[in-house]
Design a protein around this ligand. Structure first.
Ligand SMILES: [Zn+2]
Length: 279
């Protein structure tokens, strides 16, 4: 089953035979839409809530990832709309990031913060390599402006970055900047789910253009909806599904095998038992 984690609404009918469901997780309730996409059963969760009214600093990242896990999702496609901090990248480009820099400060760090155990997962390859390949190939079928790698700087927000922060991120090796990617990419790994991002550039970072405008005419929202980027991202998302291997042979599926310290939490055990097929 596919998980779709998005910042923007998809067009009406993007998911067919869709129904809404509230999923109760150990971290809180999540509103999810379940339907069909490209012939695959898909769970769609909007990060900012069904009406986009949840502020970025109040997104319940842990509940979102765990809702996917509870519903049987194995692979998460993250749709991100992001800013460019690399002079080679411009609005309208599609980036499939390969690494990230975490510049958040106040978000949960892990799914496992009880007394009984904790985990330290490998981040040598933070995004699923098989999903990145599928998304890159699919995006190149709808756009000639696809970059198959990039360092995603995740910024706490909800405000935009300052020009000096953008220059700092350039010096650190960042290519693109956005708000919600971390910690969800980390929690996906902690839940042994594949995760990759298809990131459409909708603005330049602060100091690289006269202003960064969120909504209204001439804004980044406006650009995403009117430039054709939305259609390209949606078509590439659907097309990528046919390019994914039937079985997961990437390391994501066994990320916890040598990562646990202490006793595995009781609430986790049914999910891991289901994966390895043991009693
Ligand atoms: Zn994977």
């Amino acid at each position: 089953m596919i998980g779709l984690l998005s910042s923007f609404h998809f067009k009406q009918g993007f998911l067919t035979d869709a129904r809404s469901e509230t999923v109760t997780t150990p971290f809180g309730d999540v509103r999810a839409t379940i339907g069909m996409m490209g012939g695959r059963e898909t769970v769609s969760i909007q990060r900012y809530g069904p009406n986009m009214y949840t502020p970025s600093h109040k997104i319940n990242h842990r509940a979102h990832i765990w809702a996917f896990k509870m519903l049987g999702v194995e692979r998460i496609i993250s749709q991100n709309a992001i800013g460019s901090i690399n002079a080679m990248l411009r609005p309208g480009d599609i980036v499939i990031p390969h690494d990230f820099i975490d510049h958040t400060h106040a978000r949960p760090h892990s799914l496992y913060d009880g007394e009984e155990s904790w985990v330290r997962v490998d981040m040598t390859e933070p995004f699923c390599p098989h999903m990145r390949q599928a998304l890159t190939t699919a995006a190149r079928g709808v756009s000639d402006r696809v970059i198959d790698r990039g360092v995603f700087v995740c910024f706490e927000g909800p405000r935009f970055e300052t020009p000096t922060e953008i220059r700092m991120f350039q010096l650190l090796g960042g290519d693109i900047v956005g708000t919600p990617l971390v910690p969800e990419v980390v929690f996906a790994r902690e839940a042994e789910l594949c995760y990759a991002s298809i990131s459409g550039i909708i603005n330049y970072g602060a100091g690289l253009s006269p202003a960064v405008v969120h909504v209204g005419e001439g804004s980044m929202f406006d650009f995403y909806l009117r430039s054709g980027l939305q259609e390209q991202i949606e078509k590439a998302t659907i097309a990528s599904l046919a390019l994914l291997p039937a079985e997961r042979t990437c390391p994501c599926a066994t990320a916890l095998d040598q990562a646990f310290h202490g006793t595995e939490p009781a609430w986790l055990k049914p999910y891991r038992r289901a994966r390895v097929g043991s009693a």
